[in-house]
Design a binder for this molecule. Structure first.
Ligand code: C5P
Length: 473
């Protein structure tokens, strides 16, 4: 049987299991991770169960561990669906919940979980979970087995795949199983894909502000400098306002977009990697056709950020409501949360970059110390942004903060670092060795390390990364 057929067959088995739970009037707890993929995957399952008139509750967690599992057990739910968390914890989950659970995930799993029937993980089918499908995509395959009409929620996994940076094909296209899901969404008239300028905030920000907030690629003289962006764009003759309102990139016609590109190129050609950088300005842009123009939900990349903001700012429920269809109160609330999130993030970036004692450079990695100022939920977002700035792009980046009894780390492998190590696997192994826990993907991972084991953890990690660099020449 082909890997796709096997995958679809397992999705069908899981779909049937969920349908019989619904028939038996069981209450299903859906446990999602707090990022955009966790929120959307939990929502796909929730919506699917809701449509079949089943009973479900969605809870979102920033992480999963023994303590949280014991807390969940107290709720005495009939069944548990873990969405985008729980990889590596299946044995413990089985001990606690017996046969009343499944895990839907795309994080790499240890070999002992490879053949576990209640673990539905894409790595079991020889796909690469870091670029071929998200957890929401896995949930969507199950949803389609439950009811073929669920193709109308195919936009949710599209948000997840882009938010999880799986747009790793040529010109930011999506691949493999993600491509199949995207095709459904396009066929349903939910998503439009166009090759266009990759400015973040294309629906919501004035063009000059969108340009100023671009940091991948970092445009010398423009990134972070709104005044310079305004002056540069204005000098091309681009009409910046219409009827008293600032125009967004989505408002511009093709000729006007060309002017934007032409105004950026002279800035990029000042740096060595200019050809690649010019190339990276253009790519696939995914638009949610049913969302209002100029709303934060219309551009898929912005939607993902909004969901991440909700999760990271401890308002994951708002994100779930939006995914389930609320376009009233939750949407208004989420706009506020997004503002706060951006403000918090830029304050944190400024605080760590302005304080040299918070930046440590080791042979094989850079470490940013967020102790005492960075909330653990914000750590991943901070790491993702910092890993894109030139100062940190040549080595693995660790960003850390303190939690009770532990240090929490987010690790990122910037594309320019030229390192080939799988961060998720490496960090899980070392964290396990020192009484912590960890996991993730090739280029983005996280872990928690007991406070007393910090030094030995860092030493081991540095050595492992160094050995890897030497072996790879
Ligand atoms: O928290 P952060 O954004 O840094 O996590 C990066 C990636 O590592 C995410 O995909 C997250 O789900 C994963 N991760 C994990 N196990 C952990 C911590 C993070 O799988 N203990």
């Amino acid at each position: 049987m082909s890997q796709l057929k096997e995958f679809e067959k397992r999705a069908e088995v899981i779909g049937k299991c969920i349908l019989s739970l619904i028939d038996e009037k069981k209450t299903i707890l859906i446990i999602g991770h707090l990022d955009a993929d966790g929120i959307t995957s939990a929502s796909v399952m929730g919506k699917t169960i809701q449509r079949k008139k089943g009973n479900y509750i969605i809870r979102i967690y920033s992480e999963m561990n023994s303590k949280i599992l014991m807390e969940i057990k107290k709720g005495e739910y009939d069944f548990h669906i873990f969405c985008e968390l729980g990889a590596g914890l299946a044995t413990e989950i089985e001990d606690i919940f017996k046969d009343k659970w499944i895990i839907l995930d795309h994080h790499q799993i240890p070999s002992k979980e490879q053949n576990m029937k209640q673990v539905f993980n894409i790595w079991q089918f020889n796909y690469d979970g870091s670029k071929e499908i998200s957890a929401a995509g896995m949930a969507y395959f199950v949803a389609k087995k439950i009811d073929v009409n669920n193709t109308d929620i195919s936009w949710l996994p599209v948000v997840a795949m882009i938010a999880d940076r799986q747009d790793q094909g040529e010109r930011r296209s999506v691949l493999s199983l993600n491509r199949m899901i995207l095709d459904d969404a396009v066929k349903e008239g939910l998503v439009n894909v166009r090759r266009d300028i990759l400015l973040y905030g294309r629906e919501t920000k004035p063009v000059y502000m969108a340009l100023a907030s671009m940091n991948t690629p970092f445009i010398p003289g423009l990134s972070g400098n709104r005044d310079a962006c305004l002056a540069t764009l204005a000098s091309t003759g681009l009409e910046m306002k219409q009827n008293g309102r600032w125009r967004t990139l989505a408002d511009l016609d093709e000729d006007e977009k060309k002017k934007v590109i032409e105004s950026i190129i002279p800035h990029l050609t000042q740096v060595e990697t200019s050809n690649e950088d010019v190339d990276s300005l253009i790519g696939d842009v995914y638009t949610l056709e049913k969302e209002d123009e100029h709303s934060s939900l219309r551009d898929v990349r912005e939607f993902g950020t909004l969901l991440n903001a909700c999760g990271r700012m401890k308002h994951a429920g708002v994100g779930v409501s939006i995914c389930l269809g609320d376009r009233n109160e939750s949407l208004i609330e989420s706009e506020q949360i997004l503002k706060e999130y951006r403000k918090t993030l830029s304050q944190l970036i400024q605080m760590v970059l302005e304080d040299d004692t918070r930046i440590i450079e080791k042979n094989a990695f850079n470490m940013v110390i967020g102790d005492g100022i960075v909330d653990e939920e914000m750590l991943g977002s901070l790491a993702s942004v910092l890993s894109g700035i030139p100062r940190f792009e040549l080595k693995i980046l660790l960003v850390r903060t303190t939690t009770v009894g532990h240090y929490k780390f987010s690790l990122r492998r910037p594309p320019q670092a030229g390192v080939s190590i799988n961060l998720g696997i490496t960090v899980k192994e070392i964290a396990d060795q020192y009484g912590g826990n960890g996991g993730g993907h090739e280029a983005a991972a996280g872990c928690k390390i007991p406070t007393a084991r910090l030094k030995v953890f860092l030493r081991t990690l540095n050595k492992r990364l160094q050995n890897n660099n030497e072996n790879n020449g």
